[in-house]
Write a protein that binds this ligand. Structure first.
Ligand SMILES: [Fe+2]
Length: 157
């Protein structure tokens, strides 16, 4: 892919001040831009590939966040988990449609951006004070080792 398009630009208002989480959120934004690039190029195989990576990465990121909330005894973990689960269901519905040959990329992009920006600035921001002081280097390296998908991020900027 030569020309890259930007659908959603990361900005610091989305930052939670927890570098592991911030870099995962940035990688998701990166995936969204890769999806936009494949969509504009009308690259159907590219769209499928990005979708697989985006979904795998996002699900693993959710699991990572849930471990983090558990670490911090976050009292609203169940509600947050439910929010992750219902979003996952919606995304899987898009994937099904995509597999049936429906062009869902534009709708999916808009939903991803809307849901994620709201989720990060409202739900994720809420757990920060509960978890921030609990993160140790040991916990971080053990948990990142467990969720190896998250280690494969490479930001191009
Ligand atoms: Fe979350």
């Amino acid at each position: 892919m030569s020309v890259k398009y930007t659908y959603w630009e990361w900005n610091n208002s989305l930052s939670l001040g927890i570098s592991a989480i911030d870099s995962q959120h940035r990688r998701i934004v990166d995936y969204i831009n890769e999806l936009e690039t494949a969509r504009i190029a009308n690259d159907k195989i590219g769209i499928s590939q990005v979708l697989i990576g985006l979904i795998d990465y996002t699900m693993t990121h959710f699991a990572f966040e849930e471990e983090l909330m558990q670490l911090g005894d976050y009292p609203y973990l169940n509600a947050h988990r439910q929010s992750h689960e219902s979003f996952t269901k919606r995304i899987n519905h898009y994937v099904e449609q995509h597999e049936n040959g429906v062009d869902i990329s534009r709708k999916l992009l808009s939903e991803l951006k809307l849901w994620l920006s709201e989720h990060i600035s409202r739900d994720d921001k809420h757990y920060v004070p509960y978890v921030k002081k609990c993160i140790t280097q040991d916990w971080l390296s053990n948990t990142l080792a467990k969720f190896s998908t998250l280690n494969m991020f490479s930001l191009n900027n």
